[in-house]
Write a protein that binds this ligand. Structure first.
Ligand SMILES: *Cc1c(COP(=O)(O)O)cnc(C)c1O
Length: 400
């Protein structure tokens, strides 16, 4: 559960600063706020941490996806390529801007497969969203190469690998834009919250305008007199989120460091299980170690191993059956059951393509997720707990 395990005095102090001024909004009230701009400070610190030019705090990771796709001008008639193994939010965000998500196969890293990506491109494909699932990088360089060849936009969904990197460069900074999530389950948390990141000033400006009703945030005039060029909406982050984010960001490297130690210890125990292998990591040094993914030779063995581990008090996740992280399990998506009674955007006259959510397109996901288990790696793990996990693994291995 990462950052949420470490909420303490540092977060309290940051939040108290906001309560003391009484200014909860990120914009305006320059006299009352006594120089305190938590969201702005958080954005700047975060951009510096990632090594990118611009970052924009928003209300959630889902909102960040919508804001970024709006800035990239992805909309009705467009197809967006997304991995089959993904949290549902990415698909929902594509539909939110009126575009169609195209379910695509994964490779042994369990992230979007660049080869499958190329195969799924049609005349309607506008963008690809690689998702760095469960803490580890997708084959991002190769994905960027394919996107360049076909002139596709790249939006990295890095909700699940905050602080992770590929060959020393932070995830989220490879594409035209990137997003992060700080919901309560993520590597660092602001309760709810998200970030849009980019190196492109034009894309940042469009995101900035759109997320706050079109305000151009001209520092030289009052908020009421600010200019506007486009209509927007409200996805503003508030000062409490910014405050907690600042404290959590300072802990991020510690969180990842502890998770790595704990993961290595559990991995050692699993290495002795006959037939066990591990999720492919394109850059082990860039893994945030929020999860440990491992596989067994086939589906029955995997299910058996999971149930014995459970009896031993060791929980694992079998994502192939998961209701929220594997697209073929989303009966409402397959039925085009959007929140709109006309089933927009699937029924949009702008859309000339043909979308299919059948597993024929994702043979590798079906095969590899069918024999993969995940363990959630805690930041804090007592020695007794580690011993219990090790013992459970050894007994489950004997039962195979
Ligand atoms: C959590 C998550 C999101 C959405 O973030 P929220 O802040 O919960 O809206 C998007 N994509 C992925 C891959 C996620 O895991």
């Amino acid at each position: 559960m990462a950052g949420s395990e470490l909420i303490g005095r540092e977060e309290m102090k940051e939040v108290m600063d906001v309560l003391e001024t009484g200014v909860f909004a990120r914009y305006e009230f320059d006299n009352e706020r006594k120089g305190i701009y938590k969201v702005k400070e958080f954005e700047e610190a975060f951009a510096k941490y990632l090594g990118c030019n611009h970052s924009l705090g928003v209300t959630s990771g889902s909102a960040a996806l919508k804001v970024a796709m709006t800035a990239l001008d992805i909309g009705p008639g467009d197809e967006v390529i997304v991995p089959a193994f993904d949290f549902i939010a990415t698909y929902e965000a594509v539909l939110e801007v009126g575009a169609i998500p195209i379910m695509t196969d994964i490779d042994d890293s369990l992230n979007l497969d660049p080869v499958a990506l190329e195969e799924r491109i049609t005349p309607y494909t506008k963008a690809v969203i690689p998702v760095h699932m469960c803490g580890a990088p997708a084959n991002i360089e190769e994905i960027i190469n394919v996107a360049k060849r076909h002139k596709l936009l790249v939006l990295e969904d890095n909700a699940q690998a905050c602080g992770g990197s590929y060959k020393g460069r932070k995830l989220g900074t490879f594409g035209d834009m990137g997003i992060l999530s700080f919901d309560y389950y993520k590597t660092m948390t602001t309760g709810e919250g998200g970030m849009v990141i980019t190196n492109d000033k034009g894309l940042y400006d469009r995101s900035d305008w759109y997320h706050d009703h079109g305000h151009d945030h001209n520092p030289n005039v009052g908020r009421g007199l600010e200019g506007r060029t486009i209509l927007g909406f409200n996805f503003r982050m508030n000062e409490f989120q910014g405050a907690v984010g600042l404290a959590q960001l300072r802990k991020l490297d510690y969180i990842i460091g502890e998770q790595r130690k704990n993961k290595a210890a559990i991995k050692e125990a699993l290495a002795d299980v006959p037939g066990a292998g591990f999720r492919k990591l394109f850059d082990p040094d860039g893994d945030t170690a929020t999860f440990l993914g491992f596989n067994l030779p086939d589906e029955p063995t995997t299910r058996k191993f999971q149930s014995v581990l459970k009896e031993e008090g060791v929980d694992t996740i079998y994502y192939k059956d998961n209701a929220w992280h594997y697209a073929p399990r989303w009966e409402h998506l397959i039925a085009w059951s959007t929140a709109n009674s006309k089933q927009y955007p699937f029924t949009s006259p702008d859309y000339k393509g043909k979308v299919e959510y059948t597993t024929d397109h994702i043979p590798h996901a079906e095969e590899i997720l069918g024999r993969t288990l995940f363990m959630i790696i805690p930041v804090k793990m007592a020695d007794e707990r580690l011993e219990a996990i090790r013992g459970g693994i050894q007994r489950a291995a004997k039962a195979l």
